[in-house]
Write a protein that binds this ligand. Structure first.
Ligand code: MG
Length: 331
């Protein structure tokens, strides 16, 4: 198993899922599917819709750069990398990230700058931490929490980050030809947030157990079931009850991303197509699910046409290489 190939696959997976999902952000799954017979054909005919990725990939790359600079997690490097993102400039930024990072830029200490958002803005950028710390669970968990609370002080956001980073760490040395044990996968992600005193983490554990016992349902039925799971009033979107429309809350997005990934383990292409057309926060489901699919399938199983769809894929491959080099030096 080539680990570098998995690093590259995971970061490129984020960018591909984000790029493919961007035109469908905020749309119902049913609206998205009304546009085409096959998604593949749609991509070929509407190339101009897929010209860029969004904040998910931008912040993932800044997370990677921060780890590279610091040979691991370093608070000041993370703060300065996230501030640099403001000059990218941000594409399709979520409230939790943009409001807190602007405050960081003006010198407000991170403890006061962080928003109380439980949004998916930290799980969407966590892939580099899952990769770099894949052999070191303690380091992974600590870096996932510290990098998350910088911008999102809500416990749902840090839990979502730990779960996704742990999932990536689990998948990285699995061979897609041999598959993996789904039970073991759930053991790993559930135990990553178990046994805390935190009520929301315990609720997340219950939801992951529920997901595990619902893997037999169709993708559409599962998305209807899990699109707003865990979302509390007043954030609940009444109008989208009974529809596939993934809410940008950390728990709902992470659960839907894992669900689709596990339903489509046959190929990277099938998997990423389903992720990016989930409905609701489609670009972020694409990015988070893409980080898992890429870590599992690896770069060599990602079709060339999808790699080339990403506007600066060469830069992403280079950053992945640098991150892998730092990982090798450290571990
Ligand atoms: Mg986005």
């Amino acid at each position: 198993m080539e680990i570098l190939d998995k690093f590259q696959g995971s970061l490129l997976g984020v960018a591909i899922g984000d790029t493919l999902g961007r035109p469908f952000e905020g749309k119902l799954r049913s609206e998205i599917y009304a546009n085409f017979n096959t998604f593949e054909e749609f991509i070929q005919n509407k190339k101009n819709l897929f010209k860029t990725y969004t904040d998910d990939t931008q912040l993932t790359l800044h997370t990677a750069e921060a780890l590279i600079r610091g040979n691991g997690f370093n608070l000041n490097n993370f703060i300065s990398e996230y501030i640099k993102w403001l000059d990218d400039p941000p594409i399709g930024a979520g409230y939790g990230c943009i409001s807190s990072i602007r405050k960081l830029k003006y010198g407000i200490p991170w403890e006061n700058a962080a928003s109380n958002s439980g949004g998916n803005g930290t799980a969407m950028r966590i892939a580099p931490i899952g990769l770099f710390y894949y052999k070191d669970f303690k380091g992974l968990k600590s870096a996932a929490i510290k990098s998350s609370i910088l911008t999102h002080s809500h416990p749902a956001a840090s839990a979502g980050s730990i779960v996704i980073a742990s999932a990536i760490a689990y998948l990285i040395d699995k061979d897609p030809k041999l598959r993996f044990s789904v039970d073991q996968f759930f053991d790993v992600i559930i135990s990553s947030i178990s046994g805390s005193q935190e009520e929301i983490w315990e609720e997340f554990v219950e939801i992951l157990n529920k997901l595990k016992s619902n893997l037999h349902v169709s993708i559409k039925a599962g998305l209807i079931k899990f699109s707003q799971i865990g979302v509390k009033s007043p954030f609940f979107i009444e109008d989208y009850l009974g529809h596939a429309f993934v809410h940008p809350y950390a728990i709902s997005t992470v659960v839907c991303s894992i669900f689709i990934f596990l339903k489509k383990l046959n190929s990277f292409r099938d998997c990423i197509f389903e992720l990016a057309t989930a409905g609701g926060d489609s670009d972020t489901v694409g990015a988070i699910g893409g980080s898992l699919a890429g870590a599992y399938f690896g770069l060599k199983n990602i079709p060339n046409d999808l790699i080339k769809l990403v506007k600066d894929y060469k830069k992403i491959l280079k950053i992945s290489e640098e991150l892998h080099k730092k990982f090798e030096l450290r571990y």
